[in-house]
Design a binder for this molecule. Structure first.
Ligand code: GLU
Length: 198
């Protein structure tokens, strides 16, 4: 079990995402990361181990932006290191995932045959390139999410950023929790509604 936080807000997202991840530490994790969208482009920071390591990375190299996603990972596929830490990204998508994609092997083979090259050992990365491929086919982000989710077997919660979509935070869930929070001119996603909001 890991933790997901998403914020589409008005203040700097990274410190708030880190604070949200701290509230989800009780769920257990081995690495953590945050991605934000700045002028339509994805940027991210990740670290193996405890959140203080991610905090140090962010202190040395701050992440601007008011829209972002954060993740604490509990590795199921691929060792616990920075490369396998979420968010995973392509030139179009940044994504965090909780759960297991049972059919990631055939999906990975299909996407590799289309020319996508993978950076990680995770099951999660197939979702990144599945969505990227659908976006490149001309689907809207929402259409890509709907069609992409239909290809996945297993239990998951995910949160997604798309390049060029500064006002868009997308989430999806099947069998894993993901709560939606409504603030004053802000929107949130969180693995645990009570702890994320306090
Ligand atoms: N299966 C994914 C991975 O190994 C997500 C694990 C999790 O829920 O933290 O990266």
């Amino acid at each position: 079990m890991c933790g997901i936080i998403g914020i589409l807000g008005t203040d700097l997202a990274a410190p708030r995402l880190l604070d949200g991840l701290r509230r989800l530490e009780y769920r257990g994790y081995d690495s953590a990361g945050i991605a934000t969208l700045v002028n339509g482009q994805i940027d991210r920071r990740r670290a193996e181990g405890k959140l203080r390591n991610l905090d140090a990375v962010l202190a040395a190299d701050p992440l601007p932006g008011v829209l972002g996603i954060g993740h604490t990972r509990w590795a199921t596929h691929g060792v616990a290191n920075t490369t396998n830490a979420h968010p995973h990204t392509s030139d179009r998508v940044a994504l965090v995932h909780n759960g297991i994609i049972e059919n990631f092997r055939p999906l990975r083979a299909e996407l590799e045959a289309k020319g996508y090259s993978f950076d990680t050992e995770t099951d999660t990365e197939v979702i990144v390139y599945l969505l990227t491929d659908l976006l490149k086919q001309g689907l809207s982000p929402k259409q890509a999410m709907v069609q992409g989710m239909q290809r996945l077997d297993g239990a998951f919660a995910i949160a997604v950023l798309v390049t060029g979509e500064d006002g868009l935070l997308m989430g999806a869930r099947r069998g894993s929790p993901l709560a939606v929070g409504y603030g004053d001119g802000e929107m949130f996603l969180g693995s645990d509604a009570w702890r994320s909001a306090r």
